[in-house]
Each structure stands twice: as structure tokens, then as C-alpha cells.
Design a protein around this ligand. Sequence first.
Ligand code: ADP
Length: 668
Amino acid sequence: MSLATLPSGPPSPPRAAPATPAGRLWRRVRWWLPGVIVVLLLGATSFLLTLSESQERAALQDQLITDSLWVRQSLQFQLEREAEALSLIAADVGAGQLGRAALEARLQVFLRRGRESLEVVLLDKGAPSLAVLAHDTASAGLDPFSAVPSAVLEGALARATREGEPVFGPPFATPWGAALVLVAPVKAGSPRFLVAVYWLERVLEEMVPWTFAQSHEVTIGDVTGTVRARRASAGRGRGVYTHQVPLEVAGTTLLLGTNSLRGPPDWITNTIRGGTVALALLLFWSLWALWRDVQRRVAAETRLREEVAFRRAMGDSAVIGLRARDLDGRVTFVNPAFCRMVGLPEESLVGRGPPMPYWTPELMDEYRRRVDQVLSGQASSAPFETVFRRADGTRFPVVIYDAPLRDGDGRQVGWMSSILDVTEEKQAEERERLQQERLQAAGRLATMGEMASSLAHELNQPLGAITSYLAGSLNLIERGGASADDLAPALAKASQQAQRAGQVIRRVHEFVRKREPQRAAVDPTRLLEDCRALAELQARRTGTRVSVEVDPATPAILGDAVMLEQVLLNLSRNGIEAMAEVDPGRRVLVMSARPGEGGGACLAVRDHGTGIPPEAAARLFSPFFTTKPDGMGMGLSICRSIVEAHGARLAFVAMDLGTEFRIQFPPP
Ligand code: ADP
């Protein structure tokens, strides 16, 4: 999180409401509730599907039963008609109304009505003879009658004799399939019978309606339940919807079985069930994803809260004033340090736009310019120094650092400023400056002290000359007759010498006087010439020659002439002292001015002395470093601080003989 998102206004970070026991329970339950609801929904759907499936099954089963009964009825009716038709023919045979040819013709008609009857045989039990009277064309080569088991035939014959009615025997197996016999007595008590053999598969083919056979497998079995014939023209039944019904015909009972080709209504139910499960799983997954997302958000929110609290604590504990402004310059945030600094409460600052209550009236224009610059994005990131006003009217210096304030997307939403109260620093700076000034003045006094004897000597000359001139003049006056013309040249010379002495004293006074630094353009030639007089005073003791070299191209220097003189004098004194031990012929001090690096002036003081030993070089500018028994070690340290106060650099270069100290000024 960036500070950009710090909320403005009351300083309480957002906190989660404390959880009550009921709230905690609800929080735990609310994640399970949707899952439980989904499971219940799944159960309810499954139950409804099962219910509707079983209802559908029941309806289809009922339909099958109805259809089976109808088929049974149809079969019963047709088989009874067979029996009836055969019994009519038998009756005609019994009445002796039919010759053999006529009988055969009638039987042929009988057989041709359907493909299920294969053969009709006239059987005489009295004189066992067998007369095959008629065959169906389909029975060629089968010899159906001989396939009839004798037990079946006997049973049927006995029953027909007993009842005097045509009867069917139970179904039986033959090499070509299942078959059935129909026995019709020719006359009551007569040992003659008409026996018809039926092919049971054909019975099913001919007598079961085609539409029913299309959707069902139909079987005929005997009472023991053994299936004897089957019609499965459209395929085997699925065993889901089945029914068995007894088919009672004269003389025997058959079992009619039906087995629907229809399977259970699986795919619809399964599809719905599968779809529901898939949807439930999807729902679970989306719930889980939602839960994960919420967890992540909760974690992020917690982190955010901690971060806000952390940042707020940071802002609250900072000793630097913090202030955020929006793009219109309105204050959106201030920290306690800033409030303390300006002595105003947060409420009276947040939401305010310029002019701010802590602006000092005399600097209004400067503030406005700065605000405009900052808001238009032209302000540099460099610190900005100004003065603020406390609520009690006192002023204090501040340094302001402005930085753009961005939101989470990196868009700038305002400005963040750190404000530093630099009152103490300013006071320390002022103290330091005064200290430096005092030190420099002391340095100058010390220099003068050292030069006192030379000065006395310097002053002695004009004073001696004045004394001589005045003594001469007095002599003339005492002798009498001295005219004003005689006295005038001597007095003029005395006055000249007095002026010279006054000049020396003024210069010394000027040099030593404690004064405020004054910056002005300093001519290098003038500076070096002024210095030469004082340097020569120092040089006289050791018989050192002072030479001044000025390159006319040297630019002017911006600075304080007296201070620069102090530096040059210090350097020349050091140079002169460094040459005290060398051959007198080498004792030449060169003060020079020339154009330096980057176009600024370069002043140099060069000696031909002993040079600086390497172990001394590193500590040369440290205060109190000296190699001289009576040295203070402050000279170079003061020189450097004066030079740096001018924005210049002081350095030294070892030469073949001696050292050159250089002051490099910035371009004017
Ligand atoms: P002081 O002159 O009182 O010793 P300074 O700060 O002026 O203090 O000088 C510090 C030391 O630097 C001197 O003691 C001397 O050893 C060395 N020094 C300064 N200038 C020169 C020079 N031109 N040649 C050799 N040594 C020098």
C-alpha cells in the first residue's frame, strides 16, 4: 500500500467489529450452508427422479399386462375356432356324408386357412389304420404326425373320447420345433378321430398381431413353465417388463409369456441425474473458488489494516512533519508532528486549500508561486527553504521536500511533503558562523602580533623621517630668518611621511577589525598588490624576496577582499617559514593570479622551501595540526573554511622545489 491510499479525516484505522458468539457461529456455518443446500437439492432431485421412474415403470407394466391379456384372448379365440372348424368336419365324417375325396378337399381348405396347421390325419382306434388325409405344403418331408409322442396322443384321444369334444394335447418338442395336436372325435363313442398337428412357432407367427410382435417377445410354454415356442421377430425382450398369463384352450393349458423390448427409461433419468450431479459439482467448485477468493480478500484486508495501522503509527511517531495535498492544493492529511509544528489541530488543516493558516503574510507571494509550481509539476525535487508561522504568531524556518503522491494504479493524486523544522540547525549554523568569524579575527590578530616587530620597523622609518624633517624645520625657525618657502618643502615631506605611516596603520586596522563579510568583485591585481606590502613585512625577517605575477586575463573574483588577503597572508607566511632553512638564494615567494579551470580565477602562493612530508600531507588542514614548536595549527584550517565559504577549493601541489598552494574559484 502506498501512502496515497491513507484515509484522510479522523485518525482511526478501520477495524473489524468484535465478534459475538452468535456472529462467530454464523461465520462458521455460512460457508457450510450452501454446501448443505446443494446436497439436499441433489437428494430431492434424485428422489423425484426415482419416483417418476417407478411410476413410468408401473404404467408400462400395466400396459403390457393389458396387451398380454388381449393377445391371450385373440389366441384363445383363434384356437377355439380351429377346434370348432375341425369338429364340424369330424361331425360330417361321422354322419357319413363325406366321401374320401370330399373329405380331403374340405381338409385342404381347412389347412390352407393358416400356415400353422401342418397335417390332418384320420385315426381309427378300432382297426388301427392311419389315413393321412391332408398336408400343408410347408410340412413336406417333415411327417408331422409320426413326431407326435404317443403319450401325448393317447392322453388327448382319451380326453376327447371322454368329453366327446375336440381337445388340444399339451405342447411337445419335435426335431423341427414345438408342436401341438388337436384331436376331434368323429362321433360320440366312435373310435375314429381327426387329428390335426400344429407347428407352435407358426401359431405364434400367425395368431399374434404383427404390431404386438414388433415390440414384444412372445413365448408359449406348457404348464410346467418350459418354453416351447418363441417369437422374437424384433429381437429378444429386455426382461424389464414381462408378464405370464395362462392360455386355456380345450383340453390343455398353455402359458403365454410376453417380454417387452423396451428397456428401463434409463438414459433420460441418467442424463438428468448426471446433469444434476455435474451442476452440483460445479456449484461446489464455484463455492470453493468463492471461498478461496474471500479468504484471500480477508487476508489482504487484514494485511491492509495492519499496514494502515503501521503507517499511521509511523506518521504519528515521526518527528518530521508530513502533509499530503490533493491536485487542487487542498490538504488531505497531516501528521501530529506537523500539527505540533504549526500549533494547529488537524481539523483546522485537513480540507483547507491555500492560503494556509501557517503562511506568514510577508511571504504570501513566494508561497503562492511555490504552490503553483508544485501543482503544475514544475517544482524540482530539491528541498525548498522558507519560513512558517505558528498559531501564536512566532516564525520558524522550515525545509520542505515535495514528492508526487500516487494511488494503487500509479496515477498521481496529489503531493506528499515532509516538513523539517530547522530552527535549531539555523541557530547552530549562526553560532558556527560567529565562531568562525571570531576565529578568523583572532587569526588576523595573531598574524599582526607576529608582524609587530616588522610593523614597528615599518613605522619607524616614516616616524624617523618626520622627526628629522620637523627637527630641521625647528632649527631653521630657531636660527631665525627662515621663510615660509624654506619651511614648506620640509613640512610637505613630513606630511607625506605621516600619511605613509597613517596608511600602514589604516591597513593594519582594516585587516584586524572584526567586521561582517562583504562580497564584492575583487580585482586580482589589486588584491595581490595589497597583500604584497604585508607579505613583505613578514618576509623581511628572513630576507625572502616576494614576487607578484598577474596574468592580465585573470577574471575578477567575487568575494571579501580582506578575508582573501588573510588567506594569502597565511599561505605566504607558511611559505616564508618553509624557506627559513634553505639556501638564502632560493628564498623567493611567488604570489600569482591566472585563469584557472572552468574559467574561474586561480590564486597561487608558491615557495621554494623544504616541501610537505607525506605523513603531514593528510592532516595538513586539520585544526591544531602543526610541526612548528610555536605553531597553533589553525592557519590552514581557517584558510580552508574562508575559501570554501567563497565556493572555491584550496589545494596544494608539490613542486620540484617547495610547494604551491592554489585557490581555485568558480567562474564569476
Ligand atoms: P601553523 O603554521 O601554525 O603550524 P598551519 O595550519 O598554517 O599552522 O600549518 C600547519 C602545518 O602545515 C605547518 O606546521 C607545516 O608543517 C605545514 N605547512 C603549511 N604550509 C607549508 C608549506 N608551504 N611548506 C611546508 N609545510 C607547510
